[in-house]
Write a protein that binds this ligand. Structure first.
Ligand code: AMP
Ligand code: MG
Length: 472
């Protein structure tokens, strides 16, 4: 018997038990090389493992060479891609490796990306580029640090193949990733069942989702409507998390929307350099459908499309009532998170003017979105409350032609601090540091990290950047 703790995890065949209407059994590709480039020791305790008890060789055996006897499930799904319905989707370069109950009681999916072809590869190679893997690791860790409900990468293994891609200098290096999140069941999983006219399977899958991921709704006769209403709330909150974290997902197709309301699947994503709602991350998104500022509207549209399959088992009036509060949920969550980024707990109603002014400042001056908040967090001191001139003594924000705006913003922030008791200042300092990462991986930084890897096989800047991202 293998002594590999990753192979000996207590895998639960939760989705597998539903039967093969939802997946195909597939095998992993055999790769010519396995070089462990990233292992996420932060996640191992959740899997009940001590990091020092899991060797690099164990990672490679389980998540690169795919030894062991687990059945691998390529999940079936359809989806709306850039507004067009596509029935030819499904796991084309990944599969559900296994499901494990975490020490927190939550059931987690371990899913692969880049593990070889499946019946859904559509002529693709089933592979993940190493650069794509490096970018997804960085995105997930940065989003996690920013407080976004996100998937995370458990491992990234370089696999020694040469890949050809239109959007990377080719040949380019290959990798396989393990991604950990609650569920890979997508809106598109239901869309497929609707297209196949399988109301029975929609109900079975909804019950499964409720039992595993919304257990507090289990047993309720109105559980489907309640599930949809809660999903609407979760997605509104997730969208507010992306927007406040200054993140543009870039490909918000319905096959990239999880039924658990988690964020996952990072391809051409970008953290916004400046506050610009029209910022678009994917070079192929010609009309800005998935621009930074359109994310709330698009997520709402995706939820609306999900009503088509759900209409089979939920009345349209319940669906409408479920979706109606989306904007209110979003606004409330966005306000809360932005006030947190400014150091406040969100209970103070008078701060809405400050919030508006902050967004105007960021938009008009086009100063760095992330550096602005990081600098408040780093420079904040309780003497900001004594005199407005104490604020931002070393600001890199240059007032220039925006002197008035800058002056107004400082006064507004100063007055907000004055409206609170002095004893609150420590809590403000703590909140500022919690909600504003010191380092956010903007594109030029990620390109620098990748250039070092591509040109000199130098991984140090990748590991250094990861450390900076995770720092508090
Ligand atoms: P994504 O844009 O990563 O969400 O992928 C959209 C669809 O394309 C999914 O069905 C993927 O499995 C599939 N896909 C993406 N890249 C590849 C590839 N290199 N080989 C096979 N299928 C792929
Ligand atoms: Mg996807």
């Amino acid at each position: 018997m293998s002594a590999n703790p990753l192979l000996q995890l207590d895998y639960e065949p939760s989705l597998e038990r539903l039967g093969d209407d939802y997946y195909d059994l597939v095998a992993a590709a055999e790769f010519p090389a396995h070089i462990l480039r990233f292992r996420n020791d932060d996640l191992l305790p959740t899997l009940g493992l001590e990091p020092q008890a899991v060797s690099d060789a164990a990672f490679i055996e389980a998540f690169g060479a795919f030894q062991g006897v687990r059945p691998f499930l390529a999940l079936r799904y359809h989806g709306y891609q850039f507004g067009e319905y596509n029935p030819a989707l499904g796991d084309g370069r990944g599969f559900l490796y296994g499901q494990v109950r975490g020490t927190d009681g939550v059931l987690y999916d371990l899913g692969t990306k880049g593990s070889g072809t499946t019946p859904y590869s559509r002529g693709g190679d089933g592979r993940l580029t190493l650069k794509g893997g490096v970018r997804e690791v960085l995105a997930a860790e940065a989003l996690h640090r920013a407080g976004v409900n996100t998937s995370r990468c458990l491992s990234l293994i370089e696999t020694g193949e040469a890949l050809w891609r239109g959007d990377e200098p080719s040949p380019t290096r290959s990798s396989v990733m393990i991604r950990m999140q609650q569920s890979h069941i997508r809106f598109g999983t239901f869309e497929r069942l609707h297209a196949l006219d399988r109301k029975d399977l929609i109900a079975i899958l909804l019950d499964h989702v409720i039992e595993v991921y919304y257990p507090h709704l289990w047993g309720r006769s109105d559980r489907y409507a309640l599930l949809y209403a809660e999903l609407v709330q979760r997605v509104a909150e997730l969208t507010a998390q992306w927007m406040s974290a200054g993140f543009c997902h870039a490909v918000l197709n319905t096959d990239n929307m999880a039924i658990t309301g988690e964020s996952f699947d990072y391809g051409p994503f970008a953290f916004i350099p400046t506050f610009d709602p029209s910022f678009t991350a994917a070079y192929f998104d010609h009309f800005g459908r998935y621009s930074y500022g359109r994310q709330p509207a698009i997520c709402r549209w995706n939820l609306e499309m999900l009503q088509r399959p759900l209409e089979r088992v939920i009345s349209s009036s319940d669906l409408e009532a479920g979706l109606a509060p989306f904007n209110a949920h979003y606004e409330q969550a966005y306000r809360q998170r932005m006030l947190n980024k400014l150091g406040f707990d969100g209970s103070n109603l008078e701060l809405d003017e400050l919030l508006k002014l902050t967004l105007t400042l960021l938009k008009e001056t086009q100063i760095g979105y992330h550096s602005f908040f990081a600098e408040i967090a780093q420079q904040f001191s309780s003497d900001w409350r004594d005199d407005v001139d104490n604020m931002f003594s070393q600001a890199s924000v240059s007032p220039g032609e925006f002197a008035n705006l800058w002056h107004n913003w400082k006064n507004s922030y100063f007055n907000a601090l004055l409206s609170l008791p002095e004893a609150e200042m420590d809590a403000i300092a703590t909140r500022l540091r919690t909600h504003n990462p010191t380092t956010t991986p903007l594109r030029p930084e990620i390109e620098r990290v990748w250039d070092a890897i591509a040109q000199q096989d130098d991984w140090q800047s990748f590991y250094t950047l990861l450390q900076q991202i995770q720092a508090h």
